[in-house]
Design a binder for this molecule. Sequence first.
Ligand code: AMP
Ligand code: MG
Length: 328
Amino acid sequence: MKRVVSLMLSLLLICCSCGKTNEATEQFFSMDTVMTMKADGQNAADALLLAKQKIYELEGLFSVTREDSEIYALNRDGRAELSYDTQKIIERALEMKDMTGGAFDIMLRPVSKLWGFTEGTPRIPGKDELYAAVQKYKSSTLTVSGSAAICSGEIDLGGIAKGYAASCVRDILTQNGVESAVVSLGGNVMLRGARKDGSPWQVGIAHPKKKDELIGVLQAEDCAVVTSGGYERSFEQNGVTYHHIIDPETGYPSQSGIISATVVAADDTMADALSTALFVMGKERAESLWRTVGGFEMILITDSEIIVTDGLDFSPQDNAFSVCKLEK
Ligand code: AMP
Ligand code: MG
């Protein structure tokens, strides 16, 4: 947690210039992470309050552990009536499963539950229970028809909820005429417009190997910047590190060689799901998705290399990594 807070602070320092009259800020804890929002404009303060309320509302609907959430009811009862936002996020999640060839899959909950990261009690599952959970996951079905959902397995929106929340914040800012804002929901950064002086935002990308350091700085505006890293939630046992991003094929933490995946895209929800997916897919599959489907830019980090697509303005800060620029 300390690490998240200090990263948030460094992000704020990098992202924000000190403002005077119309600047508003909010900082709070939701969706298991520290959230910071800074906006500039006449209605900035009201807009941020509305945005904060919306995030609390979404957390109440999407949480996999809160017993009063819609997702909890669906997982427990196998059926539930869903509100508009829950229908919409599931629809987007299923699109992202298709786009990523199954690397992103909200139905993984029977498997991820055994690893215990979301519950705060991480452990290595036994081989038999993990095998049974993978079988349950692979044969599970989900149908949503209007507001009625039927699910034979269990779902977990942890890899996409913050991105969906960021897209709702973006809508609220737009509706309230706020044209310049930076919002950080954990590893999910939402940039609205440019800084108030017209220059691009500078977003620090966390160093996946060095606690509280940055591996580089990205200049960007009016987009989502989302990073997924195994270092965010992990534990070590007998010299092996286990992290929270699961390969749906094996049921084990993914070992694709990627230790951090950042996605930059106009679509906040897509960027969140995709950063989780690219982490699982590895360098070759990620590159192929970028070339064939596109609609996003990325920074992939392996143990020794930073791979950056050519649509980004990224300045690396650690010479120990070689930099490979991907051109279309
Ligand atoms: P993120 O931090 O956005 O990369 O999301 C990680 C979270 O997504 C995990 O804590 C799990 O709740 C969930 N998750 C883990 N592996 C996957 C996966 N392959 N597809 C979808 N969600 C996943
Ligand atoms: Mg994600």
